[in-house]
Design a protein around this ligand. Structure first.
Ligand SMILES: [Zn+2]
Ligand SMILES: [Zn+2]
Length: 447
């Protein structure tokens, strides 16, 4: 579900599992593998899976115009955000200006190329590529079919890796940290970046997977399926790239040519291996300093927890809480949640599928926000550069921490949530046969 959208009370459709003769589109839920009949949606309505509440289809009014406008405006603002001064800091008569490009240069100068690369990839390159891809798709400009597939595939895949809004929060947190040192002035690029952030979020609202692939090509035809029963039981699978329903024996999707699997291969094993990797990285991320402050000839190393304690001691309670939640609580809970999901799925423990799905969604949604602290350091390093007076340098811990976030995000990508529902399919099938009204497709009116 998209949290940005204003959602009104869902409308329940009782007949959804009772009218097999109705000419309805069918969808195979990518998260719980349930076959669902989709009615024709009204404008600004979305349909959620009746079992796991994953959004299956959104019917925006004027999606082409809106996606084109927002993506083009976002790209324009990104160019402006890179041209001028982003922010300046004045301390004891000295002034330091940074632009988004100079943050990068400073990190490269200090031999933190990897940190510079992460900043460049997550804040500049990937979001710019996604906006460009959305613009190309929504304008329906003539291009080879393979190129359309390439753009659509990577647009959907890279969506969670665009961290523009997380960087903005990182900038605001670093402002609060710097307030005690001197005065901060925002530059024209900062305003452009804020506008870019809003336009980027709005553009992504229209980057709905079903709509995007529907604009490129029609999904392959398939025999009518029985709604309310899992795809696996009916020998069909969902293409993880474009969402088309495919025959289980087929190897490549006929629409996007991606090799598809009924279930991700070795999902639990790969997820657990990545989880162990992230736990190993989490130790140096917390023990080693994440930044070094050089002030008046003396240097002070700061770990994640030391930074939180310092902020708390200085009375910046909300910022201390944000850093504590993003850098300590979220990564720990995320690792615990992934381990719990793997354990429940592997041991076939009978737990509420909804409970597991909620945990999975939270893991997917909040995990990336741990990058806040990494971006705070990037901004501090760029801004606090006053020769012999005062300097802030990144330290090794921040690289380990960035990789903890990345590895846990990759782990959740490899986890196949359909495995959580497989053991429940038999029970559900029986339940549906006795009470066909027990599940309702969630139709929601969007603002
Ligand atoms: Zn579902
Ligand atoms: Zn496909």
């Amino acid at each position: 579900m998209n949290s940005v959208l204003d959602i009104e009370k869902p409308v329940k459709i009782d007949k959804i599992f009772q009218s097999p003769r109705l000419n309805l589109n069918q969808a195979l839920c990518p998260h719980c593998d349930l076959v669902v009949d989709l009615p024709r949606l009204k404008l600004n309505q979305k349909a959620d899976c009746p079992r796991c509440h994953t959004t299956l289809k959104i019917n925006w009014s004027e999606p082409f115009n809106r996606a084109t406008t927002y993506s083009a405006a976002a790209l324009f603002m990104l160019i402006l955000a890179n041209l001028f001064t982003f922010v300046s800091l004045s301390v004891a008569g000295l002034s330091s200006n940074i632009s988004l490009t100079s943050v990068l240069e400073i990190m490269v100068d200090q031999r933190y190329d990897l940190l510079a690369l992460l900043f460049m990839i997550f804040v500049q390159i990937l979001p710019a590529f996604c906006m460009f891809a959305l613009f190309c798709i929504s304008t329906r400009m003539p291009m080879p079919y393979r190129l359309k597939i390439f753009l659509a595939k990577w647009l959907i895949l890279l969506k969670p890796w665009c961290m523009v809004e997380i960087f903005l929060v990182g900038v605001l947190v670093s402002f609060v940290k710097l307030m005690s040192y001197g005065s901060i002035d925002i530059g024209p690029s900062f305003i452009a970046f804020c506008a870019y952030c809003i336009l980027h979020v709005r553009a992504f609202q229209y980057a709905d997977k079903t709509w995007i692939w529907g604009t490129i090509a029609k999904a392959p035809d398939i025999r009518p399926l029985k709604a309310g029963v899992s795809g696996l039981e009916q020998q069909v699978k969902s293409c993880h790239c474009c969402g088309a329903i495919l025959v289980e024996q087929s190897v490549n999707c006929t629409r996007c040519f991606t090799t598809s699997y009924a279930r991700k291969k070795e999902s639990i094993q790969i997820t657990l291996a990545l989880l162990i990797g992230s736990i190993v990285l989490y130790i140096p991320a917390n023990v080693l300093p994440i930044m070094t402050t050089l002030a008046f000839g003396s240097s002070m190393d700061s770990t994640i927890m030391a930074g939180v304690v310092l902020l708390w001691g200085g009375g910046a309670y909300p910022i201390a809480l944000i850093i504590f939640i993003a850098s300590v609580l979220v990564p720990s809970l995320k690792m615990g949640a992934i381990a719990w999901l793997c354990w429940c799925t592997k041991t076939k423990k009978v737990l509420s599928g909804h409970r597991m799905m909620q945990v999975y969604e939270v893991v997917e949604l909040v995990g990336r926000w741990s990058m806040v602290d990494v971006f705070v350091i990037a901004v501090l390093v760029g801004l606090v550069s006053f020769g012999n007076l005062m300097n802030i340098f990144p330290a090794q811990g921040v690289i380990y921490f960035a990789f903890v976030v990345i590895v846990t995000m990759v782990a959740s990508v490899f986890f196949d949530p359909r495995l959580m529902w497989d053991r429940r399919s038999e029970n559900l099938k029986r339940k549906l046969e006795t009470n066909k009204r027990s599940l309702h497709l969630g139709i929601t009116k969007l603002a």
